[in-house]
Design a protein around this ligand. Sequence first.
Ligand SMILES: *Cc1c(COP(=O)(O)O)cnc(C)c1O
Length: 352
Amino acid sequence: MELKITKTTNPKTKPEGALGFGKYFTDHMFVMQYDNGQWHDARIEPWRNFELAPSASILHYAQGVFEGCKAFKNEKGEVRFFRLRDNLKRMNNSADRICMPEFDMDFVYNAIRELVLIDEDWMPTAENCALYIRPSMIATEPALGVHASVSYIFFVILSPVGSYYGKTEPVNLFVEENYVRAAVGGTGGHKVIGNYAASLKAGEKAKANGYDQAMWLDAKEHRFVEEVGAMNIFFVMDGVVYTPELRGSILPGITRNSIITLLKDRGYTVNETQVDIYDVRDAAKEGRLTEVFGSGTAAVVSPVGKFCFQGVDYTVGNGKMGPIAKEMYDEVCGIQRGRKADSYGWVDIIKK
Ligand SMILES: *Cc1c(COP(=O)(O)O)cnc(C)c1O
């Protein structure tokens, strides 16, 4: 398939000051369409609105998937992708889970490469800033029957971003015992659009109670920790690192995988297992819970200062970012920006 490129004649003004997360978008986007069993009309074109039938299935039944990854521009002017192929592979897995067509990873990888280079002027270079890449696929068939759509749009938009929470202090979590994010056998292990609307209520409840995010428990026993907000989660108890094992309801985070790899190589014991909230609570009570942190592309590592479980607040360690969270944050960011050696082949330098 050919990639047609049309550049804007009317570039937008670039943002000044704090970027926040996902508020600004670059001048161009990548789009391709799927009809009659084939992807077609792949193009990079100026940012514009889509036209969708009010009956388009994405609007009714949320048949859609997305990804989130980052490109970096460092002081040397290098443009660097971090594990983009892993994101694209996961996106094809997500698509398969909700009966959407597969796309050619190499083709899309190259299209994203072109797109990022075209909008390179939008890339922030400051520490903690990046170009966030949002690939997405939506069902467009204008029909109300509940079935897999016959037509789709695949698109990629780019957003220059700063820090996710707009603050560096630890976040506070509310352990959610009623609402659940995902059940084993459901779609929680995939980046499927419908998962996120389903998670909003618990997030709002946490905020209404004065916390930043919900800590999710498993759907069956409401006892085993799953994730925090839209991040994976790590606990350090008695010097051992624990993270919930992937059983289908937890999103297999690429940051999670990077951190597990780095920790093991640095001699830490990492246990991927069921993490019982009652054990976590007891460890916190007894001063054995030294760190808790979330992991995800947006924030990289997000330390947890305290959590509320059954109406009681528990402080984690001394309430500040712990040494392991700090080490992982520095390692991942260092590899992403080229300050640290990339011994795992995670980075592609697309422009030197
Ligand atoms: C995207 C996401 C994560 C983090 O995955 P990364 O690949 O590390 O960005 C974790 N949990 C949920 C629910 C997510 O959507």
